[in-house]
Write a protein that binds this ligand. Structure first.
Ligand code: ADP
Ligand code: SF4
Length: 688
């Protein structure tokens, strides 16, 4: 250890009455499991502790039925009945010597209370945040007293559940202590409104009362968004943000500082490629407080982490996404295996699990969220019992992950790809504006594969069924991917529409292959409505092209709301001069123009253009698989395993392709019954 250049990251740090064993701090993050799936949540957090995170927190935890975030399964500590489920988590974290933190939350008008039907509380009369016909009521003095009592009781219950660090939470524009601080949400004229001192009063009271209730044994952390990134009029690090820190300086035992809202705190690499992007906002905090400070900013580089500690920006390296992508990141730094870190690519697929209210998943780490229900470990995999070698055809995310896991299981693996290089869609999508970091999916896996003596890799090797038969390997995984359709069939169009042969039609594949649309205006028709349409519009506009994005959706790239990007996508397109045409569907494509009609019956419109880029559906490339199946049925090839994986099996996200490759590699050698039985364990509702 003493020889490690990163030894300073492994020093214990005192936080009030408790001591963290290292500076690696998993800040609170949503898991999509929470109170509905406490065993899964506990196993996932326990895995982080096993991987060397010195502090592991849960997620925002409702303290009362008036803070009901249903249908989103966040943490819940309404009363003592919730303690046993949370105890599972603290036990799992403590088993590896880490501290357990809990983020107590009252979400005010961010919680719609849809399940409990309780009144929604806010500093002032307001609409609730969810689009739902309900308003929040201004809290009177009794409400404020009640809130303080609920928070105090929740802290006592959290201590009983075994937590070492108890949060007062004022960030992400999601919770009452922060709502009270913001003048646009707080128009009160009593002692809780008006001056900054008054607006901070509630946070101060909660900190004081939490310390008084549990501060002798538990550390009290304050999570505070020092800047809303909304310029003047909002909370700013150079303005009221700093003043709040001065006012409360040494009251909490720890400052967990970040920026808000969530879309700024968890910004994607598409819009903020730099790691450590929050440093300029949080740098001043340590000059003011004597207490330890934790900060985040998609931190994956140990050199950056070390410099942040040495420069006195933070005491703890905070991470949500980097700890999701690699729960064993600290252990890899500790053991001198920095090259093995599975770096977060900043795609926010993890965030999309929360916004879909489903268990967390990750593009880089296919085991995330599967620790309990499938028993998957991010670093360990059983040696294989199957005999003979494996052939993986296609080195996109599915093929790379499958090959890597098979090799880890001890199989001799041959990986062949038709392309010039490895990576399939991640290499190709990585050439598009803003998506460069996505190639980390390939880099991590290629690095791993190159370290192994049992792997052979071939590029420029398009295999046909006869060649596969000649190779004679018994286990074949076909990861040949999918190609974008050219005929317009997508989400809204279930059948092709008329296209004049004189109009050049391109697909995203053509552009990723380096084709440029012919001179003149380009129409992008986005009937996929995920991210690709918006990415290509910006990509072409940045190349100086005159671009119109037409989509049947009401907003551009609507799915990117799930990854907290949609606002930036739409603003970015407008700023880049892209014309956006929403709510319109393609009627036909002529020689020099295309015709659309409004989805609510609006009149036809003609759009002059020199080419059309179709971002619609994708067609699976199953030709090789089909040929192998046919040969197998005819008895011309003896294969123990023939499996279609990744986008060739089901076009989806890169995360889905990685997951598919991983699952196939794990299943090899198990009989069908075992695979079926291990489909996954379910958490059953207790009957009471
Ligand atoms: P996935 O997302 O499922 O991993 P990709 O589209 O990213 O799929 O990758 C599929 C890869 O398969 C591409 O790199 C492509 O070059 C390769 N490929 C397709 N057909 C063949 C083939 N017959 N032989 C070898 N490689 C192939
Ligand atoms: Fe990072 Fe993407 Fe994984 Fe989230 S899903 S942790 S952003 S790689």
């Amino acid at each position: 250890m003493s020889a490690s250049p990163y030894a300073a990251l492994f020093e214990p740090v005192k936080i009030g009455p408790v001591t963290a064993p290292s500076r690696f701090y998993q800040v609170p993050h949503c898991s999509g499991m929470g109170h509905l799936r406490p065993q899964a949540d506990a196993a996932m957090r326990g895995m982080k502790a096993a991987g060397g995170w010195g502090v592991v927190c849960n997620q925002e935890t409702e303290i009362h039925p008036t803070s009901d975030l249903s249908p989103y399964p966040e943490g819940r500590l309404w009363d003592r009945d919730d303690i046993p489920a949370l105890r599972l988590m603290t036990d799992a974290i403590h088993a590896h010597g880490a501290l357990a933190g809990i983020e107590l939350a009252h979400n005010g008008a961010h919680a719609a209370n849809l399940m409990t039907r309780a009144p929604v509380l806010a500093p002032s009369e307001a609409s609730i945040e969810t689009l739902y016909p309900k308003q929040a009521r201004m809290m009177d003095r009794t409400d404020i007293c009640n809130l303080r009592a609920w928070h105090r009781q929740a802290a006592i219950n959290a201590r009983e559940a075994g937590f070492d660090i108890i949060y007062v939470y004022a960030g992400h524009e999601m919770v009452l202590p922060q709502h009270f601080m913001l003048p646009r949400l707080n128009q009160r004229s009593d002692e809780y409104g008006g001056s900054l001192e008054n607006r901070v009063r509630l946070a101060r009271e909660l900190l004081e009362e939490t310390k008084e209730a549990v501060g002798d044994t538990c550390a009290v952390a304050f999570r505070f968004a020092v800047d809303e990134m909304a310029g003047a009029g909002g909370m700013e690090a150079g303005g009221e943000g700093l003043e709040v820190i001065k006012m409360l300086a040494d009251l909490p035992d720890l400052w967990d500082v970040n920026v808000s809202g969530w879309q700024n705190d968890s910004v994607t690499t598409r819009f903020q490629p730099e790691d450590g992007y929050q440093n300029s906002y949080i740098a001043a905090v340590k000059d003011i407080t004597q207490r330890p400070v934790v900060g985040v900013g998609r931190l994956t580089s140990p050199d950056l982490m070390l410099s942040m500690v040495q420069k006195g920006i933070v005491d703890f390296i905070g991470a949500a996404r980097p700890s999701i992508a690699d729960p064993f990141l600290p252990a890899k730094i500790r053991d001198g295996r920095v090259e093995e870190i599975r770096e977060c690519i900043g795609c926010n697929i993890c965030v999309s699990s929360d916004t879909h209210a489903i268990p967390i998943r990750c593009t880089q780490n296919p085991t995330m969220g599967e620790e309990w229900r499938r028993g998957w470990h991010p670093e360990e995999i059983e040696p294989v019992e199957a005999s003979g070698g494996a052939l993986v055809i296609g080195a996109g995310p599915a093929g790379l992950e499958c090959a890597m896991q098979l090799a880890r299981r001890g199989m001799d693996v041959t990986l062949a790809d038709a392309g010039e290089g490895m990576g399939g869609r991640v290499t190709r999508e990585g050439t598009l504006s803003g998506l460069g970091a996505w190639t980390r999916v390939m880099e991590h896996r290629l690095y791993d594969l190159r370290q192994r003596g049992n792997v052979q890799m071939f590029t420029q090797s398009r295999l046909d069924a006869d060649q596969v038969a000649e190779l004679g390997l018994p286990h074949v995984f076909v990861a040949t991917g999918a190609r974008w359709r050219r005929d317009g069939v997508g989400r809204r169009h279930l059948e092709a529409f008329p296209v004049d042969a004189a109009m050049p039609i391109l697909t995203p594949d053509d552009i990723m292959d380096g084709a440029a649309p012919p001179n003149g205006p380009v129409v992008i028709y986005d009937d996929e409505q995920i991210y690709m349409g918006g990415v290509l519009a910006l990509h072409l506009a940045e190349a100086g092209r005159d671009v119109t994005l037409i989509t049947p959706a009401a907003i551009v790239s609507p799915w990117t709301q799930m990854t907290l990007e949609q606002d930036r996508v739409q603003r970015g397109l407008i700023a880049a001069g892209v014309s956006t045409c929403t709510g319109r569907t393609m009627a036909q494509i002529g020689a020099g123009a295309c015709t659309t009609h409004g989805i609510y019956g609006e009149a036809e419109r003609t759009h002059d253009c020199a080419s059309v880029v179709m971002v619609t559906g994708r067609a699976r490339d199953t030709a090789l698989y089909d040929a192998l199946m046919a040969m197998r049925e005819e008895g011309k090839i003896a294969l123990e395993t023939l499996q279609l994986i990744g986008d060739a099996a089901q076009p989806g996200l890169i995360a889905d392709a990685v997951y598919s490759g991983h699952a196939a590699a794990r299943a090899l050698g198990q009989d069908a019954g075992a695979v079926e039985a291990a489909f996954f364990r379910r958490e059953m509702t207790a009957l009471s």
